[in-house]
Design a protein around this ligand. Sequence first.
Ligand code: C2E
Ligand code: MG
Ligand code: MG
Ligand code: MG
Length: 286
Amino acid sequence: LGAMGTEEPVAVYDPATDPHRPERLSLMSDLRKVLEGAPGVHGELELVYQPKLHLPTGRIDGAEGLLRWRHPVAGPLAPDAFIALAEETGNIRRLTRWVLGAGIEQAGRWQAAGDELRLSLNVSARDLDDVDLPRRVAGLLAAHGVSPSRVVLEITESAIMGKPETAIAVLRRLAEQGIELAIDDFGVGQSSFAYLRRLPVRELKIDRTFIAHLADSREDRAIVRSIVELGHDLGYRVTAEGVEDARAIDLLREMRCDHAQGYQVGRPLSASAFLSLVSSRAGVEA
Ligand code: C2E
Ligand code: MG
Ligand code: MG
Ligand code: MG
């Protein structure tokens, strides 16, 4: 399966960690231009789609949309190279607006074509301060004819910690509209079950650090098995992130984990490569 994937773009330089380099300033103003839709630059942003394998059926039933910035000079940049920068410079909301627009438009194409696929999109902590977010998402779903239950928004545990009351209100309003919520990178944040209990969450995504050594580590197997059980007891679906080998898929299936995502299932792909993978794999066991 790995052979079907495109290469992951590699960010060679991380301006977010280096406040003094001139590249940081220029990347910041480049990002602003891209988001303002200056002529010729809008096409630099792209969503790629990483398949999610439904373990009980062996079918790919969804994807996570991941942002890429094809910077003309710096080359393809992974989000770690510019999301933090966008957050610091107040551009994250506009970036998220672009992601939601592009993602929900894509989900609309899938739904119109009769493909039963769910799309997960990432939102940042700063997006959850935005009381307009639920209305904006509702508008996009209506505009593109997408059922809310086909869209999952991924948040990290730390996203709720900043302004918890606003974040919880925004998340509840999204959930009332039928949009599903997932906790991303579960297990590495400052887990607060007190918050989790108050959130309308449908899915936990187990951080890939617990999955990487699953076949070799009895401890990691114990942790993952417990998270799956806890998640199911609380009524959540559970996804394992960063699944890189076939043995981990077998173990996760034995543990009754619901979904697997990672290079073993598929790399992040262009929309058309993703659809080819879905149809070539329909009904095939992993
Ligand atoms: P994430 O949401 O936890 O996404 C999973 C990351 O793990 C992705 O990196 C993906 O390419 C990578 N990955 C997937 N499978 C494997 C695997 O088998 N092994 C390993 N080692 N890595 C794997 P990516 O695309 O670089 O994204 C990094 C983070 O950037 C994401 O973590 C997410 O937090 C953030 N991000 C990505 N797109 C967006 C976006 O549109 N908006 C926001 N706010 N954040 C985004
Ligand atoms: Mg994610
Ligand atoms: Mg994650
Ligand atoms: Mg992550």
